[in-house]
Design a protein around this ligand. Structure first.
Ligand SMILES: [Zn+2]
Length: 286
């Protein structure tokens, strides 16, 4: 298979599960990919539309998706998609990398969107010290503003944490965490997983947990209590093994879920049931 080509569908899951974090708009080209974003460009070139993505996902047992906003237009898009399609729920936020755009007006609009019934999360927000696209002060201010919106609207907070583990935990402590916190695409080791579990934070695992060189993620997944575990794609990014470099999609969740089931020595069906129950508690009622 050529780089960029869509991976084939894996065998259907022995149960039903959902994708806690994806970017449908970037997958289907309803939002432009940024320059050099080869994976979003490849996804868009493959010509998917939302209905087809959902059909393909359902065919393997992925019956719901949470599509996540990262700026104002994508948050508006997510809220509209969630109103329009069964099984689609929205998260709204300004991504830490775009914190420079988190003006009071933009944040006020995020707060309005967050109050909509089909919007089930405030995120992705957090801190990103890997990229320096936004100043740290701006990132911290925007993160704190999103924490407030989540608390005010009673919606779960979906966190993007890149190379910023301890600062993310510290800001949550200082500001007072919302009732429900999800670490999206959990990227820490077993130590961080222990800290998150002690605080009652959910940890959502994505494609990288399947990567050969990511033993630390499997060690983390092993110790995450089953009541706090989630699975996601972050599609079109982070495809699971053996599809690195190709566009990701919720229909590839089974590959990541099977890796997690093996790590946790759990039957696939039991893990699907546990994650679905967690999902309903966090993002539901469906
Ligand atoms: Zn994301």
């Amino acid at each position: 298979m050529k780089k960029g080509e869509r991976p084939p569908a894996p065998a259907p899951l022995d149960g039903e599960v959902f994708d806690s974090h994806c970017h449908l708009d970037l997958m289907v080209g309803d939002r432009p990919a940024s320059d050099g974003d080869s994976i979003a460009l490849a996804a868009q070139a493959a010509g998917a539309d939302v209905a087809r993505v959902l059909d393909e996902s359902r065919a393997v047992g992925v019956t719901r998706v949470v599509t996540i906003g990262y700026d104002l237009p994508s948050s508006e898009w997510a809220a509209e998609a969630a109103a329009r399609y069964d099984g689609v729920y929205a998260g709204v936020a300004i991504h830490p990398n775009g914190s420079g755009d988190a003006t009071p007006e933009a944040l006020a609009r995020i707060a309005e969107l967050a109050a909509l019934p089909q919007v089930r999360a405030v995120g992705e927000t957090g801190l990103d010290y890997f990229r320096d696209w936004a100043a740290k002060e701006d990132q911290h201010a925007s993160f704190r503003a999103h924490i407030e919106i989540a608390k005010r609207t009673g919606k779960p907070l979906v966190i993007h944490d890149r190379d910023a583990h301890q600062d993310v935990l510290r800001v949550l402590r200082e500001a007072g965490a919302p009732d429900v916190v999800v670490f999206h695409s959990f990227s820490g080791d077993a130590e961080l997983a222990k800290e998150c579990a002690a605080a009652g934070y959910y940890m959502s695992f994505s494609g990288p947990v399947t990567y050969k060189n990511a033993g630390y993620l499997r060690e983390a997944a092993k110790i995450v209590p089953v009541e706090l575990i989630l699975v996601e794609t972050d599609a079109p990014y982070l495809p699971p093994t053996p599809h690195r470099g190709r566009p990701n999609s919720p229909y590839l969740i089974p590959l990541t879920l099977r890796c997690l089931a093996e790590v946790k020595s759990m039957p696939e069906a039991d893990l699907c049931a546990a994650i679905s129950a967690n999902g309903e508690k966090i993002f539901g009622p469906w």
